[in-house]
Design a protein around this ligand. Structure first.
Ligand code: A3P
Length: 329
């Protein structure tokens, strides 16, 4: 399949180069209109041709929308609340398809190679890792619908997809905190918001991502959920997800799982809180204050963190992008 590569205009290109200090996050390209590190070009065809299996379960999302939360919910439901096996790191149980392309594989000759960081297998060759997983596989991706493996996009397999969305202002805030360490982002929060609205952060455009999946909602193998609904009424979202996955939970199981997925339990659960990854990534950026992966876990953070001018920019941009759709948060 042919993919179109375009470059940013000079203004945005300069902003990226100025603020992103890790080398692989300075050379962003637009691949079919999606902002991705240049290294992604080497992976795009392999992902197109990735063999999907009928019993795969995929969790897809824009970064920082509650992906980890959704993955743990889906995995636990699909595995009949097997909390013993859930002690295995989520990244091994539910790997991130394209992480190798996003982080760059460190090689001994590479400027990014740091001798005391031992990259796990699911990072060194994430696609190969996913290919080798036994069925049923659980796979996470942040790719937009348009860049999913061909068999998944075309519905050639009965694999299931769960997509989680979150309002863009809170996503932007969460992504800013998360982006400092792995992307080496050194600009201000306002600079970050500017790049976010200009569709120049990884996996942007945000709205194209959400709406691309939203269009799939009529498909029986597809479930669209929202972070805000999980916050408001987690048991209801668990029940919807269980129904979608063909599982029945007893009242007791529902309350045990709700507790397991609470912010307080997930924050201290080493299988899901990504503390190892955060610590490893920090070695790339030792001067940066460490941010927890499971950080605040609240809605409407934008009300206290964003200036009225930025809120207005976001609202105008949202209105423009949602014109003609019924989508809302
Ligand atoms: P904040 O940075 O706003 O706290 P992702 O997994 O897609 O990277 O999303 C990360 C966001 O989900 C973070 O948001 C994180 O705190 C939040 N999150 C993770 N687990 C959660 C939970 N159990 N309850 C509420 N929010 C959770």
């Amino acid at each position: 399949m042919q993919h179109e590569i375009t470059l940013f205009d000079d203004e945005v290109e300069n902003l990226i180069k100025k603020h992103q200090t890790r080398p692989e996050h300075q050379g962003y390209i637009k691949l079919d209109g999606i902002t991705l590190p240049e290294e992604f070009r080497q992976f795009v065809n392999t992902i197109d041709n990735f063999e999907v299996r009928d019993d795969d379960i995929w969790v897809c999302s824009f970064p920082r929308t509650g992906t980890t939360w959704t993955q743990e919910m889906v995995w636990c439901i699909a595995n009949d609340l097997d909390f013993e096996r859930a002690k295995v790191l989520l990244n091994d149980r539910f790997p991130y398809l394209e992480i190798t392309a996003m982080m760059g594989t460190p090689k001994p000759s590479d400027h990014r190679h740091i001798p005391d960081i031992k990259m796990p297998e699911h990072v060194i060759d994430s696609i190969g890792f996913c290919e080798k997983l036994p069925s049923p596989r659980f796979i996470k991706t942040h790719l937009p619908f348009s860049l999913l493996p061909r068999q998944l996009k075309r519905g050639e397999k009965s694999a299931k997809i769960v997509y989680v969305a979150r309002n863009p202002k809170d996503v932007c805030i969460s992504y800013f905190h998360h982006g400092k360490v792995p992307h080496g982002f050194k600009g201000s929060f306002e600079d970050w918001c500017d790049l976010f609205i200009k569709d120049a952060v990884m996996y942007a455009p945000f709205w194209k991502h959400v709406l691309g999946y939203w269009k799939q909602r009529i498909n029986n193998n597809f479930l669209f959920i929202k972070y805000e609904d999980m916050k408001r009424d987690l048991p209801s979202v668990i029940k919807r997800t269980a129904k979608f996955l063909g599982k029945n939970l007893t009242t007791d199981q529902l309350s045990i799982l709700t507790e397991h997925l609470s912010f307080d339990s997930m924050k201290v659960n080493p299988a899901v809180n990504n503390e190892e990854l955060t610590a490893a990534l920090q070695k790339f950026n030792p001067s940066e204050e460490r941010e927890e992966f499971i950080r605040r876990g609240t809605t409407e953070q934008w009300k206290t963190e964003m200036s009225p001018e930025i809120i207005k920019r976001f609202d105008d941009w949202t209105q423009e992008n949602l014109r003609g759709t019924y989508f809302h948060f």
